[in-house]
Design a protein. Sequence first.
Length: 257
Amino acid sequence: MAGTVVIKWGGGLITHKDKLCTINQNVIDALADVCKNSSKRLVIVHGAGSFGHMKAKEFRLAEGRVAGISQDEAVSEVRNDMLELNQKVVSSLQSRGLDVQSFPPHQWAKGTGPNFSGELPLHEGITVVFGDVVDDDSNDFGILSGDDIMFRYATEAPDVERAIFAIGGVDGILRVPPSKAGPDDLIEEWNPSMEFEGEHAAEIDVTGGIGLKATRGSMIASRGVDVILVNGEIPQRVADAIEGLPVVGTRIVPGNC
Ligand code: IP8
């Protein structure tokens, strides 16, 4: 049986991040084509982009229950928005004849961060999960990032060959913010002792942006799984990364400690 590849479709890649609940259908369809042509067993973890972060930010959902703010409606709205985005992802894969099953995390995961609890669901065909608003024992609810879910699948699913973070707008981790970067600023191999100045849209994002991907990526690498971050807008790079071929991007390696 083919090995497993765990891949994140970044929220900023599959949605237009600055306009509430707008999808980037072309990118989703191109990524679905890549999956169709792959020989691997795939676990897809998708991010939230404009279907999650904006409303979660407005209602401070990442902080859990905050006294004086009525958040319950926002919790169910963001869950529903994420289901809507997930449906677009699943439909695009299914319309290519792929056997897909999606498992919304708020139905099986509890708690936030890499040590969230809940048994990781797996489907024989393509498994799809995503960043979500989940229940939390101490804070009532919280935001579970797809990057934390990546860490768990990449280190706990059987026969994982590699983990891939496909992101929007950049070729990998850059030495300087993307707006100032030239072709030489791509970091081809990154470890946690290296600094970089990623642009983190903290005013939009409720999770950790590229910094969280880099940190979780290096935690995955320290368990012996290859990790690469690639530009998801270039489908051939994603396809090559899945197959383990050399590709433009940033290989993430463990730190020294
Ligand atoms: O985009 C965030 O998931 P991420 C989930 O994978 C929500 O960090 C609902 C904002």
